[in-house]
Ligand binder design. Structure first.
Ligand code: SF4
Ligand code: SF4
Length: 145
C-alpha cells in the first residue's frame, strides 16, 4: 500500500466485484514514510545516506517529505494477491482502490530524488539560497537602524 500518498480521484471505471482484478498488487510492492523536511547540512546528509541504499527514493508532495522503500510486503503472493486478506493491517483496509497506484491519476511530486547525487545537488542549491536570504535579511536589518 502507498501509506502516505495522497492521490487524485480516478475517472477509471472499476469492477464492483473486485476493483483489484488483474492488478498484480502494485500497492503492496513498497511503503512510504513521512519524514521531516531537511533544513540543515546534517539533515540533508542523512537523506543522502538513505539514497545510498538500494530500492529507496525520496519525494515531496504538498510540501511533505517521504521516504519510499521499494520492497514488497511479505504477504503479497507472486501474482499480487494478499495472502492474509482477512487479517490484513488496518492501513491496508483503509486504502481505497479508486485513487490507488493503478487507478489513480498519478502523483504530482514537487521533488523526486532517486540518487544520492540528486539530493546532494538539491542541498547545495537550497542551503546556498538560505544563506543568501540570511545575508539579505541581515543587510536589510542594518539599513533600518
Ligand atoms: S488497490 Fe489498486 S494498486 Fe492496490 S491491488 Fe488494488 S488495484 Fe492494485
Ligand atoms: S498485508 Fe496484504 S494488502 Fe497489505 S500490503 Fe501486504 S499484501 Fe498488500
Amino acid at each position: 500500500m502507498s501509506r502516505s500518498a495522497i492521490r487524485a480521484s480516478s475517472t477509471r471505471k472499476l469492477s464492483a466485484k473486485n476493483p483489484c482484478a488483474g492488478c498484480g498488487g502494485q500497492c503492496c510492492q513498497y511503503f512510504a514514510l513521512n519524514i521531516d523536511k531537511p533544513e540543515t547540512p546534517g539533515e540533508f546528509e542523512n537523506l543522502r545516506w538513505y539514497l545510498l541504499h538500494k530500492d529507496c527514493e525520496i519525494w515531496v508532495e504538498n510540501g511533505d517529505w517521504y521516504l519510499q522503500v521499494n520492497r514488497p510486503c511479505k504477504a503479497v503472493s507472486r501474482d499480487g494477491v494478499c495472502t492474509i486478506y482477512e487479517d490484513r493491517p488496518t492501513i491496508c483496509r483503509r486504502y481505497k482502490a479508486d485513487g490507488c497506484d493503478r487507478n489513480g491519476d498519478g502523483y504530482e511530486y514537487e521533488q523526486h530524488f532517486r540518487e544520492p547525487e540528486q539530493i546532494a545537488e538539491y542541498a547545495r542549491q537550497e542551503l546556498a539560497r538560505k544563506r543568501r536570504l540570511r545575508r539579505r535579511a541581515t543587510t536589510n536589518g542594518r539599513r533600518k537602524k
